[in-house]
Design a protein around this ligand. Structure first.
Ligand SMILES: Nc1nc2c(ncn2[C@@H]2O[C@H](COP(=O)(O)OP(=O)(O)OP(=O)(O)O)[C@@H](O)[C@H]2O)c(=O)[nH]1
Length: 475
């Protein structure tokens, strides 16, 4: 019963451990996945912001700051435009900041670049100047100079009286953006698409989408946008939209670049993220399965040992720790199968009732334990001693003839009589009577015991503390 309680407790403890492990593991798995995702997101978004700040905002701010300088204003409002002075200023700025700078003068309708080239701003030939001149915005981002496509920031310059003097600005070769984007894409897998308000693609990490000879690709003409349109007529925002580009899933994040009235569409490839997440899940599930498997093995072994233990206990006499009747019968069966001839001894303590009555049941128990020990020590390794019931013990002596069995019985009777049972309170004398039977080929233990019992009865009748033999042979 106590074994069962122990097993019950162990299984309960294991169950609690499994549940706690699963909860902890689930918690750590989710945390790990979230952390991994946040890290990946951070790792890719931060450089995206850095890229926008460094390559779009910084030129804008530099151009805006420089456009407020008196030097630029003076050069542009002079009655006689000093071309040499303009070139000197622009090339000095170019050396200082590393960008291309330009001045587009309203006075003489000429555009001067820091590389000391000039363009005449003739209506009908140069569209941007006349297009942006009349718009209310003071800073405009544009793509132009088609033979070597550039990204331009055009800042309007006015004199102190508010008269329009032209544009001052910076430019950056589109090729340099393409190189930047491809580096970024190779490292983080993200795609960029910058669009203006009409969804014309101004810049993109896909070189095929960038403007060529004043022809812009419109975002709405892209196949994946067409697919979206098929499902949803009016698409105002693409933020958090899932799209399929060339058979791969992408998630779009939109970033508004207010100073240019542009929108950046950041396309996140989901496949890589899915792989990362599924790797995280697979790791967690494998760990979970390993834990469950280990727990299963522990429980399995626990049950196995419990069963062994139970089985052992079920075949043991709890008081004397000798095999009980069932175990003796089992051992007899094994010997019988091998046709082993054997002697059987039935040992009964004499007047045991009076021991109980005189000294109490506990002392009686101690006598039984002591007698069991003496009997065990009086027989050989291959012999079997068990408690047959009450104060009666059975001994099987395989391959032992009646003469030898008689000698063994006499010796153990003597040993019992010599048992040391003295204590401060009493001096006790215990003896045992022994009945011996023998069979060359025993048919059943019952018959063998019955003969030994007859012999034991004779021993009792003849005065106790005696050995009597009754031979028995199976027919
Ligand atoms: N202390 C104790 N006593 C037991 C146990 N099993 C049986 N007994 C007692 O053993 C006694 C056996 O008594 P009887 O069968 O009359 O035999 P006896 O007194 O030994 O007399 P004889 O066998 O004729 O010599 C009974 O009083 C039982 O209660 C046990 O496990 N512990």
């Amino acid at each position: 019963m106590s074994n069962f309680r122990n097993l019950h407790r162990s299984i309960l403890a294991l169950f609690v451990v499994v549940v706690i492990s699963i909860v902890i593991l689930a918690h750590f798995s989710v945390s790990k996945i979230v952390a991994e995702q946040s890290r990946a997101h951070q790792r890719s978004i931060s450089p995206a912001h850095a890229l926008i700040v460094e390559h779009l905002m910084q030129p804008l701010h530099i151009a805006q700051t420089l456009s407020k300088s008196q030097e630029i204003k003076s050069l542009m409002q002079a009655d006689d435009i000093d071309e040499a002075a303009i070139y000197n200023t622009l090339s000095r700025l170019n050396q200082e900041f590393g960008f291309l700078f330009f001045i587009a003068s309203e006075k003489n309708r000429q555009q001067y670049y820091s590389d000391r080239t000039t363009h005449t701003l003739k209506e009908g030939e140069v569209s941007w100047y006349f297009k942006y001149k009349d718009v209310p915005d003071s800073a405009i981002a544009d793509i132009g100079k088609w033979e070597d496509t550039h990204f331009y920031i055009d800042i309007k310059i006015f004199d102190d009286d508010g008269r329009f003097l032209g544009f001052f600005g910076t430019g950056k070769s589109l090729q340099s953006f393409i190189e930047l984007f491809s580096l970024y894409k190779a490292e983080y897998g993200y795609d960029f698409i910058f669009t203006d308000q009409q969804r014309n693609i101004m810049l993109s990490s896909d070189p095929l989408l960038n403007a060529r000879n004043s022809t812009f690709t419109n975002l709405e003409n892209l196949p994946w946008f067409q697919d979206l349109k098929a499902d949803n007529e009016a698409i105002h925002s693409l933020n958090n939209t899932l799209v399929k580009v060339d058979g791969h899933d992408y998630l779009i994040a939109e970033v508004n670049i207010a100073p240019f009235n542009w929108t950046l569409h950041l396309l996140t490839p989901l496949q890589a993220r899915q792989v990362e997440i599924s790797q995280g899940f697979i790791f967690s599930i494998v760990t979970l399965l390993v834990i469950i498997f280990v727990m299963f093995m522990v429980i399995y072994h626990l049950l196995y040992f419990f069963k062994q233990d139970m089985h052992k206990n079920m075949q043991m006499d709890p008081l004397t720790q000798l095999p009980n009747r069932a175990k003796v019968e089992l051992r007899f069966g094994e010997l019988q199968e091998q046709h082993v001839p054997m002697s059987c001894l039935l040992v009964d303590l004499d007047h045991f009732k009076s021991i109980n009555d005189t000294y109490g049941h506990n002392t009686g128990d101690q006598v039984l334990v002591k007698a069991a020990e003496v009997l065990q020590n009086s027989i050989g390794e291959d012999d079997i001693v068990g408690r047959w019931g009450g104060e009666e013990f059975v001994i099987l002596l395989p391959n032992t003839d009646p003469n030898r069995a008689y000698e063994v019985a006499q010796a153990l009777r003597q040993n019992v009589a010599n048992m040391n049972l003295h204590s401060d309170k009493f001096m006790m004398k215990v003896t045992a009577s022994v009945g011996v039977s023998y069979s060359h080929a025993p048919n059943s233990l019952k018959e063998l015991i019955a003969s030994a019992d007859d012999a034991l009865y004779q021993a009792k009748r003849d005065g106790r503390n005696l050995v009597r033999v009754q031979l028995f042979d199976a027919a």
